[in-house]
Design a protein around this ligand. Structure first.
Ligand code: NAD
Length: 450
């Protein structure tokens, strides 16, 4: 099977490298020539554990990167669209998907013979996009008919940044949407080397909504836990961590086996108070679904509340720092963790940035540190008066408060590092990752103050 993938970002590159490692012939396409060059040199342009190793095995062999979309599409049986779908005024901006569909269609016009070519949308798009936007663009540019001359499907991606390779290689499900059975059968061939993964064969719009519903559920869990955490904070003697431990131990979430051991459902990690969700997917997808649902005449009140809670959450950490220090004006505050989650350098929608902005607006002297995302953060800070510290030790030197935003394993060392300093800063634990008595001055999200 020969596959071309339009868009060599997180999703396109991880998909391409993994499929190539499974033995498929893969061409990753991007408009960014530098990215293409790096991939062909087996250098990962993004930080993702295991990606460098995969590229070393596949780049130049059965994985090739190119800027020549037309040639790559002509030489493939399946073309995946994995370009960005950023949010613009509450809606997903379809310009990249439309451009990709148009270019693929134009390439199909010149394609001679071969198998029933299938274009499959991997980008996250609201229900109806593939049928109402992608298919018309492909038909107009190719002069051919979908369902007769070529197939069109939807194969949403569920990988999590930071564990993307493992997620892709051992998928919990493979959703195969298609405009006809023939399309879905071609997609089955594409995933033939993943025989154990459960398939969901469905139509395009259902496949699109499966992806949004999955992300909206995770976002809802997080905002729910934060709402309970904020209630706990307002009380004198309640700790949300204990509340959630009690909730997690329900048989619904952690079933007890006959031998007394418990199976802990990974979803429990979304049921913990924190700084709110960020990243390139959850905030964008929930907002896009709200607009889509509202325009379709379905009320999305619950999801609007999920977003409202999330937008307010980062300022809770600033409140804790201010309460602990009396004022933030002229206080040295260190923000630890800039990536939206550990094991990635992705800064998109990270709660660290509203926290930094609010600290600066209240007169704090802000230092920031992240184990891998420093270069991107420096670029993004663009003139703001934030000091960047390369090392954790250096970051907390002279700090009045340290605010933990991302649960990096490296920050487990904080109590030991802080203990070696004369000055003991207030630690505002936005992820509840440290034992509360491991440092002299501690304030945790969702921890009632007596
Ligand atoms: P990204 O921004 O990292 O990558 C998109 C790439 O597409 C860029 O490198 C860009 O240069 C390229 N591109 C744009 N137009 C092109 C064109 N016409 N031809 C060739 N290349 C083109 O995006 P991403 O994070 O990989 O996300 C892609 C899609 O997958 C989005 O819809 C996103 O919502 C969805 N998704 C992302 C994740 C994730 O964790 N990042 C997970 C699941 C789904």
């Amino acid at each position: 099977m020969r596959v071309s993938i339009v868009g060599t970002g997180y999703v396109g590159l991880v998909t391409g490298a993994c499929l190539a490692d499974k033995g498929l012939q893969v061409r990753c396409i991007d408009i960014d020539a530098e990215r293409v060059r790096q991939v062909n040199l087996a250098q990962a342009p993004i930080h993702e554990p295991g990606l460098d190793t995969l590229l070393k095995r596949t780049a130049g062999a059965n994985l090739q990167a190119t800027t020549d979309l037309a040639e790559a599409v002509r030489r493939s049986d399946v073309t995946m669209i994995a370009v960005g779908t950023p949010l613009c005024n509450g809606r997903i901006d379809l310009q990249y998907v439309q451009a990709a569909a148009h270019q693929i269609g134009a390439a199909l016009r010149d394609r001679q013979g071969g198998r029933y070519h299938v274009t499959v949308v991997k980008s996250t798009v609201v229900p109806g996009t593939t049928n109402n936007v992608v298919i018309p663009a492909l038909e107009a540019a190719s002069g051919q008919r979908a369902g007769e001359d070529f197939g069109v499907g939807v194969n949403p991606e569920f990988l999590t940044e930071g564990q993307a390779i493992a997620d892709f290689m051992a998928p919990d499900r493979i959703v195969l949407g298609g405009l006809d059975e023939r399309t879905i059968d071609v997609l089955e061939d594409l995933y033939a080397t993943f025989p154990d993964a459960p398939r969901i064969r469905t139509n395009n719009s259902t496949a699109e909504l499966i992806k949004y519903t999955s992300n909206a559920l995770l976002a809802t869990m997080i905002s729910f836990a934060n709402e309970i955490g904020n209630l706990a904070s307002a009380m004198r003697d309640v700790d949300v961590a204990e509340v959630m431990r009690g909730v997690h131990n329900s048989n619904y979430l952690s079933p007890r086996l006959a031998d007394g051991t418990r199976l802990r459902a990974p979803i429990t990690s979304f049921l913990e108070a924190g700084c709110g969700f960020g990243g390139s997917c959850l905030p964008k997808d929930v907002r896009a679904l709200i607009t889509h649902g509202t325009e379709a005449g379905a009320s999305m009140r619950l999801l609007q509340a999920v977003i409202d809670t999330n937008v307010a959450q980062p300022s809770r950490l600033v409140d804790l720092a201010r309460a602990g220090l009396g004022t933030l004006d002229r206080k040295r505050v260190t923000v630890l963790g800039l990536a939206f989650k550990p094991d990635t350098d992705d800064l998109r929608e990270s709660p660290a940035f509203p926290i930094i902005d609010q600290l600066l607006s209240e007169g704090a002297l802000v230092t920031a540190h992240d184990p891998v995302a420093m270069a991107g953060a420096r670029k993004r800070s663009n003139g703001k008066s934030v000091a960047f510290a390369e090392h954790l030790d250096q970051a907390i030197e002279a700090a009045d408060a340290v605010v933990i935003v991302t649960r990096w394993d490296q920050f487990d060392e904080l109590p030991r590092i802080i203990a070696a300093h004369d000055k003991q800063p207030l630690v505002v634990d936005g992820r509840r990752m440290l034992p509360r008595n491991s440092v002299a001055k501690y304030a945790g999200i969702g921890l009632g103050t007596p």
